[in-house]
Design a binder for this molecule. Structure first.
Ligand code: MRU
Length: 352
């Protein structure tokens, strides 16, 4: 079951509404690029690779719905839709990567006219989605060598099938190890404030039959300091050329605690998440979301912050490269120095 699919007959983009999990598994149909942009902004779909796939399908849909009669006019309509989709969530590299890939497929068939451009874009979006699944399976294969039978690992946020088209990145590594017959136990960071860990990762793990326990984010240091954790697995929304990582808020503190306790922290990413044009994490834009996500939490039906409180809500933080043991990508496990190994991996994976 894919997180996001495209039905060419209607045409429509169908996706799981992740806001409703774990209570309900509901699919929603999106008929316009505006609806796709809104679904990304509101996090019905989230996770960098899944956002990329949604944007790609969204732009293909914009192409189909455009009434443009010439290639030039179609390109103009596509730019308007691409701007709308790009503005939804600024941190994930996969978003601009996917939009650029779709733009290129349109431009490559520019001379053949708008109908061919539309058709090529739909094919490219499908290809991108199919490739995402294969890439994740390769990440899983490489990364599973880092998990031994009997390991207990910490996982932050959700990097599973729900965060991708299917299978997942960091969670896909854990999943592969489990499928290989290794006994692996996961400590699931609940991941405040949107609780992607307890709502989504725990839901996925229960579907796969992988044993887990949910911990509050601030309990991770306790388990690391007691020597109860073999490794930490995270994903990323964007990796800078030097290996600094933008990932879900809390990753930095987790990485510090892992380093202090000599526990390896592995970052699993498709190379489409690597941004060689950004030299360090300082240049990665960090999304700040609505304070209501922090203030709106209720416990036993009771509010958890005094009326009138303000809050800050950065969605991501930067983990410096020195805290990352290695990257797991679809072309292999990358050790430092990351400036070299990441650039080589991108070249190898995306020769075009
Ligand atoms: O705000 P989210 O839920 O979109 O954040 C997701 C993450 O931070 C993931 O770790 C990252 O996108 C990688 S998903 C394979």
């Amino acid at each position: 079951m894919r997180t996001i699919t495209w039905d060419p007959e209607i045409p429509v983009i169908r996706m799981i509404d992740q806001r409703l999990l774990p209570e309900e598994l509901v699919f929603i149909d999106l008929h316009t690029p505006e609806a796709v942009a809104s679904a990304i902004r509101q996090m019905s779909i989230r996770g960098a690779p899944a956002i990329g796939a949604a944007a790609a399908y969204g732009l293909a849909l914009a192409g189909i719905q455009s009434i443009a009669q010439t290639s030039q006019a179609l390109m103009r309509d596509l730019e308007t839709a691409a701007e709308l989709l790009q503005a939804t969530r600024p941190t994930a590299k996969n978003l601009s990567w996917a939009l650029n890939r779709l733009r290129k497929s349109a431009l490559d068939s520019f001379e053949d006219g708008p109908e061919t451009m539309r058709q090529r874009m739909v094919e490219e979006a499908q290809l991108l989605a199919d490739e995402d699944v294969e890439i994740n399976q390769r990440i899983g294969e490489y990364g599973s060598s880092l998990i031994q039978d009997g390991d207990q690992v910490i996982h932050h946020c959700n990097t599973g099938a729900l965060a991708t088209v299917d299978y997942g990145t960091a969670l896909g590594v854990i999943r592969t190890a489990h499928e290989q017959g290794k006994r692996v136990h996961v400590l699931v960071d609940e991941t405040r404030p949107r609780l992607q860990g307890s709502r989504l990762t725990a839901w996925e793990l229960s579907q796969y039959g992988i044993p887990y326990e949910i911990i509050s984010d601030n309990a991770a240091g306790y388990f690391l300091a007691r020597g109860l954790v073999s490794a930490v697995f995270v994903g990323a929304d964007r990796v800078a050329a030097n290996g600094d990582v933008a990932n879900k808020i809390g990753t930095y503190m987790l990485a510090l605690a892992a380093k202090d306790n000599h526990v390896p922290l592995y970052c699993a990413v498709p190379t489409s998440t690597v941004d060689l044009e950004v030299s360090s994490g300082a240049d990665i834009p960090i999304e700040e979301r609505d304070p209501s996500e922090v203030l709106g939490l209720q416990i036993a039906g009771r509010i958890t912050a005094p009326e009138g409180s303000s809050a800050r809500n950065p969605a991501f933080d930067i983990t410096p490269n020195r805290l990352i043991t290695s990257f797991i990508t679809e072309v292999g496990i990358l050790p430092p120095p990351y400036t070299d190994t990441l650039a080589n991996a991108v070249r190898k994976a995306q020769p075009r």
